[in-house]
Unconditional design. Structure first.
Length: 30
């Protein structure tokens, strides 16, 4: 069984947040 643990910085979180509005998953296209 594989188990992966990752860590991201606040900078990474901010980059991701700026893309949410264009993401099909968050705009309801998926």
């Amino acid at each position: 069984m594989d188990c992966y643990l990752t860590h991201t910085s606040e900078e990474t979180h901010e980059i991701l947040r700026t893309g949410f509005e264009d993401s099909p998953m968050f705009t309801g296209r998926i």
